[in-house]
Design a protein around this ligand. Structure first.
Ligand SMILES: [Zn+2]
Length: 114
């Protein structure tokens, strides 16, 4: 689980991280902005939820999403397969053969061309 950071910019609170929408709550006489357990000082008004900006945690996209996508014609020549190169240099193909064996002639073709 990622940590949640609560900051205040002017009159607006910003909640960075977390997956649930922010809310305020009272516990043992103290008020908090949740998630993040941001304690409100006594002189601070409890913010309206509309005054809390929410920037939810986003999972990192897989490293397969990267710079290079090659289009390789199928052996019948009627379709194209997409061979993606990850930032680490490994190849992934959209064809059925790759799905089964984790390698195929399309990834081999790219490997041999590099
Ligand atoms: Zn393939």
């Amino acid at each position: 689980m990622s940590s949640v950071i609560v900051s205040k910019v002017g009159e607006v609170y910003q909640v960075h991280g977390g997956v649930i929408h922010p809310f305020t709550m009272e516990l043992l006489g103290a008020r908090y902005i949740m998630p993040g357990w941001h304690k409100l000082h006594d002189h601070e008004a409890t913010p309206d939820l509309k005054d809390i900006e929410f920037h939810p945690y986003k999972a990192k996209r897989s490293d397969v999403v990267s710079n290079k996508v090659y289009k390789v014609k199928s052996s019948k020549g009627n379709t194209f397969y997409e061979v993606k190169m990850s930032t680490s240099g490994s190849l992934e193909c959209s064809c059925m053969g790759y799905g089964y064996r984790r390698r195929c002639r399309h990834t081999a073709l790219i490997e041999n061309n590099n």
